[in-house]
Design a protein around this ligand. Structure first.
Ligand SMILES: [Zn+2]
Length: 133
């Protein structure tokens, strides 16, 4: 296999997330990070264990993107959000909402999964509102 080494760990993580088996890397001090990190960004520990993520997180910040680079040209406008999943924060594209400033609120619960980017079909981390179901 000749997959690029730099993306391998992250791609595996995306696959796991898409299967509902997302995880965080947690060091002995309890700091969380995501692949492809191999050492804790907080304390430098190389002893990272995988901890399963909850299927839903809480929106911490979000923004509406109207102008994006070529990789996202066909996706605009869209909403990016950072959601808190306990040991880690995950950045993703929020779907299932009208892209606008009132599309979502800080504190809303979102489900996480993997969907395709509209522009080129590449997999990306996607959130969907988890509230009214
Ligand atoms: Zn740490």
């Amino acid at each position: 296999m000749s997959a690029p080494a730099s993306n391998g760990a992250y791609d595996e993580w995306l696959d796991a997330l898409g299967d509902g088996e997302g995880y965080a890397l947690v060091c002995p001090e309890g700091h969380g990070s995501l692949p492809p990190r191999r050492v804790c960004p907080e304390c430098g520990s190389a002893t990272l264990s995988e901890e399963r993520l909850a299927g839903t997180g809480t929106v911490e910040t979000y923004s509406v993107v109207h102008v994006a680079g070529p990789q996202f040209a066909d996706d605009t406008p869209y909403v990016t959000a950072v959601a808190d999943f306990g040991p880690v924060r995950i950045t993703g594209v929020l779907r299932g909402v009208e892209p606008g400033s009132d599309a979502v609120a800080v504190g809303d619960r979102v489900a996480v999964g993997v969907e395709e980017r509209a522009t080129d079909g590449a997999p990306l981390v996607a959130f969907r509102p988890a509230g009214g179901e």
